[in-house]
Design a protein around this ligand. Sequence first.
Ligand SMILES: [Zn+2]
Length: 458
Amino acid sequence: MSVTLDDITALAKRRGFVYQSSELYGGLANLYDYGPMGAALLRNIRNLWWKTFVDDRDDMVGLDASTISHAKIWEASGHVAGFADAMIDCKSCHVRMRADHLIEDYFTKKGKEEKVEGKSLEELDALIAKEKIPCPTCGKHTWTTVRKFNLLFPVHLGILEESQSLAYLRGETAQGMFVNFKNVLDSTRVRLPFGVAQLGKSFRNEITKGNFVFRTLEFEQGEIEYFFDPEHTKWETLYEEWKKTMWEFATKTLGVNKSNLRWRAHTDEERSFYSKRTEDLEYNYPFGYKELWGLAYRTDYDLSQHIKFSGKDLSYTDPQSNKKFVPHVIEPAVGINRLFLMVLADAYWKDDQRRRIVLKLNKTLAPYRAAVFPLVSNKPEIVAKARSVYTTLKSAYPTVWDDRGNIGKRYLAQDEIGTPFCVTIDYQTLEDNTVTVRDRDTAEQQRVKIDELKGAVA
Ligand SMILES: [Zn+2]
């Protein structure tokens, strides 16, 4: 991968994809605001995800749960007790970081790969001591012992301090599907196997290391809980089907290069004790292969935990056999902001020949399908004609108007936000009702009749 993270962050800021959050007041680390282009790209990713996994299927329904949730949910899920990062402090320069990142980065620089997930605090301490891993900030080896910090954001509900109750900002969207499982069963016509999908924000108080929007305190997830009867549906078959679906979404729907994607199976140490199989679809980001999309077979663990903690019956009764049981679940979980960063990195193209930067985004992802330019802005007939073309195109696709500066500068600006087509209205248009349509990737232009324009940018 030749594009650097600096290339991407510079373009993202310059063209209105991503800004530092609260920048006006000095900024907040690991939080970002999405600008006009970023908001459009995110929305397109979300819409394609929802269309693929909910609208186009007959075995899926959607859900939109609240982000503030009952503390018990997170006790049942294990997040209150176990959802913690192992942190370490440098006694010399006081930088605080995740112990797993410290170790993994140390080995990556040495050209080795070391996965430390699942190791105990003592094992992490021992590894850091054995390798004499230095502080990446000050270079010294003066670490505290490794300690755990819980990642959930507590929220205090109620106005009076003495009667406040503790809740949490959700640490994942998945729990919304489990705690509403019975509601969905009772209020819809679903029958096993079926999935519940949700798009929404989650929050984790992580101490992160840069990497732009890859890991942030507030992030958006696209999670699916696919429920099934393990006696009727072979989980291995289902698992392989989901792998194929996820792969196709990344490579076909989002158009990402296959050679930048790979599957990685979790080792026994990093896989949760209740999971029979977990694999990550990884993308080759500018900072290396990292998790994009997780796929886990979680058995009946989650529903069983909520049965235990709530005392409610969350079982399913088979309408034919009347067999009563707790369904099993397969969970494909993706970070929408990770899809966003993947799409930007994959589309970024430095065209040295024409001295320009191009985002080769899939047409369905680009913030605008087309840009419309009047060749000159001081000829009323040309401007009026261009306005009418613009209005027609805008009724079919997101379209932008630009009459600033010269045509060359307008092209460069559209290339950098990934607009597939630029349409120019010139003197010839007034004579024969044709316009030039310039292709983003080849920079070639052809004359197209205005009547056929909608089809030409389809
Ligand atoms: Zn230090």
